[in-house]
Design a protein around this ligand. Structure first.
Ligand SMILES: [Zn+2]
Length: 124
């Protein structure tokens, strides 16, 4: 299969970049997960990121970072949606509504970033 070949090529590239192959498998793809040099764990097949940690505290920190990153991605999508609404607004009310929502999402984004960056211990 071409797909399988592509996955093997990606695994080889990961190893070459210094990533480590783990014993854990991706539950969806049944292929070994890889730990990148950055500490992130990804599936070479579907690209899904995973949280694999040893202690409870580490797990909480890793989950928080992942959640905040996902939140940022969601908020950015909403900001893009609202940006289009502002551009296409046909009434002042619509413009004001979208503008207010935009301001709220920008605040959420800023706070999420601040919490995520502030929550990181020391970069290893
Ligand atoms: Zn996968």
């Amino acid at each position: 299969m071409g797909e399988e070949k592509a996955v093997i090529a990606r695994m080889a590239a990961l190893l070459k970049s210094g990533a480590t192959m783990l014993n854990e498998l991706c539950p969806a793809c049944k292929v070994p997960l890889f730990r990148l040099k950055t500490g992130e764990v990804i599936c070479p097949s579907c690209g899904q990121r995973f949280v694999i940690v040893s202690s409870d505290e580490e797990e909480i920190r890793a989950r928080a970072a992942l959640t905040l990153r996902n939140l940022e991605a969601t908020v950015i999508e909403k900001i893009e949606f609202l940006r289009r609404r502002v551009a296409e607004a046909e009434s002042l009310d619509e413009l004001i509504d979208s503008g207010r929502a935009l301001a709220t999402f920008l605040q959420v984004l800023e706070q999420a970033r601040r919490v995520r960056v502030g929550g990181q211990a020391s970069p290893s």
